[in-house]
Design a protein around this ligand. Structure first.
Ligand SMILES: C[S@@+](CC[C@H](N)C(=O)[O-])C[C@H]1O[C@@H](n2cnc3c(N)ncnc32)[C@H](O)[C@@H]1O
Length: 469
């Protein structure tokens, strides 16, 4: 028993260069700050704080989830552990921003990760890592072991699933925001008539290694017939960006099945020219990893689309709900679309921005009801809508707050290194840099001051959404 306090890193850092460098900077700050403090010691794999329950920071950032200790009791107060927790948290916040989530049981706040997961990761601190491969063309490997990172963490494996063919099953609990896969396309294709496309794909397949050819030909083909290559491509390709007419074929990502309430999100990272998959909610060991192939339509529309384009009758948890509950979801999705269309109307933004902002809030509430904690991508878009409304009427403070929400939601579903996430971060820091700043009016310029810091959470929401109190 006792009161714990600390911070969690959400999502955990990766082994990529930026995260490694940031973690080194952070450890350097900690070492410099505590260089004359005998309670802060350097061990073989960590910096340890000889206070409270001996909180530690591993040398390898990707093996770090939590820095915490009990802050109640005699040992805690004699050793002043709470000061260490607070100072290290502040330093981490400066370097890692909102990824650092401080919590204190004194205020009924609890860490994001379970203790079992914390202890499991802690046990890896003194174990050497598999070398990380960033080679653009990794040697053919079993899906699920695509990168050394996956191999090390063994996040998933490919299994044969009843009625679905192959699919990805989580091998351990996967935290929300975790990057599950990052994969370069085997090849990309542009939109063209099937006869021509078949020839183009045939040439691309010919250029692959024998193992890659075998794996490509083993991908599901939902429309077997004359144009076999086109059939495989159409069943499997994912657009390289939301408006792109180019699609990518992947040996691992293309094995991910569909759910209308998925637990993962796919995104094209144009900087890396890779597709990424992130957990949008916690995924339990043994659970299937799923993405959404459809357009979030009500059930009768999306089921028809899934049948026509992918040849299956969806029996996901949402589609299998009793009719009355399914109707509630359908009604919500209709309302979500209606609100979305209204918010996107430039005349609305120009002539009734307050009402548009209220619609964004209603939209967010509906999204939360429909998607629960897996709503990140929709939240990111709705908060960006609210940002645009604020920016168009010169309201810097609220625009920055909305961009921050969009930024945090993008981190979950695309990662800190996604160009869209980075763009949100820049807009959060400087909303006036948006090309539409002041484009509609200057009528909200009066509120162009710093965020009110003394408001309670409820008061802040009322201020943010311009609700009368
Ligand atoms: C991109 S592939 C996914 C991997 C595929 N299961 C395989 O074995 O290669 C798409 C195909 O998987 C199957 N599939 C995907 N999601 C499904 C689901 N929720 N229920 C049934 N079949 C599904 C359909 O046959 C669909 O055309």
């Amino acid at each position: 028993m006792g009161i714990d306090e600390g911070f969690d890193m959400i999502p955990p850092l990766s082994r990529e260069a930026k995260d490694v460098k940031d973690w080194e900077n952070f450890l350097d700050c900690v070492r410099t700050f505590y260089k004359d403090d005998p309670k802060v010691e350097t061990n073989s794999h960590s910096i340890g704080f000889n206070a409270g329950e001996y909180p530690e920071l591993p040398f390898e950032g990707h093996k770090f989830l939590r820095f915490s200790s009990k802050i109640s009791g005699r040992i805690a107060s004699d050793t002043g552990v709470e000061n260490y927790i607070n100072m290290v948290t502040s330093m981490a916040k400066i370097i890692f921003g909102p990824r650092v989530q401080h919590w204190s049981e004194a205020f009924d706040q609890y860490g994001h990760y379970g203790w079992e997961e914390i202890h499991r990761v802690r046990e890896t601190w003194d174990k050497p890592d598999e070398p990380m491969s960033t080679a653009p063309d990794p040697p053919a490997a079993e899906p699920g072991q695509q990168s050394a990172q996956d191999k090390h963490l063994k996040l998933f494996e490919v299994q044969q699933l009843p009625g679905k063919g192959r699919g990805l099953i989580a091998l351990c609990d996967i935290a929300k925001g975790t990057r599950i896969v990052r994969e370069k396309p085997l090849f990309t294709i542009d939109s063209m008539p099937p006869a021509q496309l078949d020839k183009v794909i045939a040439a691309k397949v010919k250029a692959l290694s024998k193992e890659e050819q075998r794996q490509f030909l083993a991908l599901h083909n939902n429309s077997p017939g004359k144009h076999a290559f086109t059939g495989i491509a159409k069943t499997n390709c994912l657009p390289c960006g939301s408006d792109s007419t180019t699609g990518g074929i992947y040996l691992t990502i293309c094995l991910i099945n569909h759910s209308c309430l998925p637990n993962a999100h796919n995104n094209w990272n144009e900087d890396y020219e890779e597709e990424t998959i992130h957990a949008t909610k916690p995924i339990k060991a043994g659970e299937e990893i799923t993405i959404d192939y459809s357009k979030a339509d009500p059930s009768h529309i999306r089921q028809q689309q899934l049948r026509n384009s992918f040849g299956f009758d969806c029996q996901c948890t949402l589609c299998s709900l009793p009719p009355q509950q399914l109707k509630l979801s359908d009604d919500r999705r209709v309302q979500i679309q209606r609100l979305d269309d209204g918010i996107g109307d430039p005349m609305g933004m120009l002539s009734r921005p307050g009402a548009c902002l209220a619609d964004c809030l209603s939209l967010l509430k509906l999204l939360e009801e429909e998607y629960g904690e897996a709503a990140s991508i929709f939240v990111a878009r709705a908060c960006y809508d609210a940002f645009q409304i604020s920016v168009a009427h010169s309201d810097r403070s609220r625009a920055s707050a909305f961009a921050e929400r969009a930024y945090k939601a993008r981190i979950i579903c695309e990662g800190e290194d996604s160009p869209a996430t980075q763009r949100m971060k820049r807009l959060m820091e400087n909303p006036a840099s948006h090309r539409n700043f002041g484009a509609c009016s200057k009528k909200w310029k009066g509120s162009d001051k710093f965020l009110p810091s003394s408001l309670s959470a409820d008061e802040f929401e009322s201020w943010l959404w311009r609700r009368a109190t």
